[in-house]
Design a protein around this ligand. Sequence first.
Ligand code: NIG
Ligand code: FE
Length: 409
Amino acid sequence: MPDTAPFDLCLTRARLVTLADDRGYGLIEDGTLACRDGRIVFAGPAHALAAQEALAASVVVDCGGALVTPALIDCHTHLVFAGDRAGEFEQRLEGASYEDIARAGGGIASTVRATRAASEDALVEIGLARARALVRDGVGTIEIKSGYGLTIDSELSMLRAARRIGEALGIGVRTTFLGAHALPPEYAGRADDYIDFVCRTMLPAAAAEGLVDAVDAFCERIAFSPEQTARVFEAARALDIPVKLHADQLGDSGGGALVARFGGLSADHVEYTSEDSVRAMAASGTAAVLLPGAFLCLRETRLPPIDGFRRLGVPMAVATDANPGTSPLLSLRLAMALACIQFRLTPEESLRGATVNAARALGLADRGRLAPGLRADLALWNASDPAELSYWLGGDLLRALYVGGRRVD
Ligand code: NIG
Ligand code: FE
């Protein structure tokens, strides 16, 4: 279509938070944002675009001074699972630790039992409700991990369910294969054999169906060792799939440095990540994904090395980690607020963490900022100060969400 065709969508009288540069909100007062074919074609001051051109758009939205940001991106979730772990929540309140519960056969293993028993259709239904909650809070792209199936059939059905959720809602979904999440009971005492099965059978099968955007693993003393994790990463590398890692959540296992060694997209959790790992992440361009919901729910006290990330320029993302065990959190804005309150991120850092840096943690260069050529993934807010997005705890702040230029309801 020629560039002179009318716009499909034009937002006028908007306070645009473009995040166009590496610092600052990139705020444009009285801004206009115009889209065509699902992409942004203009994002700038109203006076730089002829009014008749803006008003000729198929849909014109007068924002009346309201804030427009890139749609939020939740770059770390486990939201496809069956059952819940409210009972474990009660046990933890009585003093049991996450690790105690995991070692006693609860934790991830109990969600595996429930998820294996659920059909793919049931997983879609259950996951849809959770994804809708995120969307209501301005999220236009969600990363969803497998890892509660741990058999070929069940892992594939989780990944297919995740993709179907994205299609049903008209939002972006990126799927991450997390076969190395926990040792399934049929492999008890044979972790290396299970890792062989992950590398040689499960991952190739999921990749052959085109269901794997990234590969993740749980590298921790209650899960898999750095050596086992490295084998999973080698298998991903052989298939040319990028990696990320649940790293240094319960202790320092050198996870940050390990995923950096593979040029990984992100190291996630990172409470116990060492200075050496931070340096390795900076050198490899690996993002840190902060998960303050899990920090809160586990009553963690060890803070991620935020100053080190800042000093060395490691991009920080913020995500919900929505999962039944450590973070039953279905609001990315609440995660942003918690990142400010618990980790002392600035509201600007937390917004970057849920947009441009979250895109980076997913290896996506086409979203997360407002700039010509990027996808028209936009959130229009009942707010005028960008800090409000991290300030209000709950509330109906979202006025409208557009993904690929289309309104999502
Ligand atoms: O990100 N740590 C591993 N995975 C999840 C928890 C999964 C669960 O407990 O079900 C996390 O915290
Ligand atoms: Fe997680």
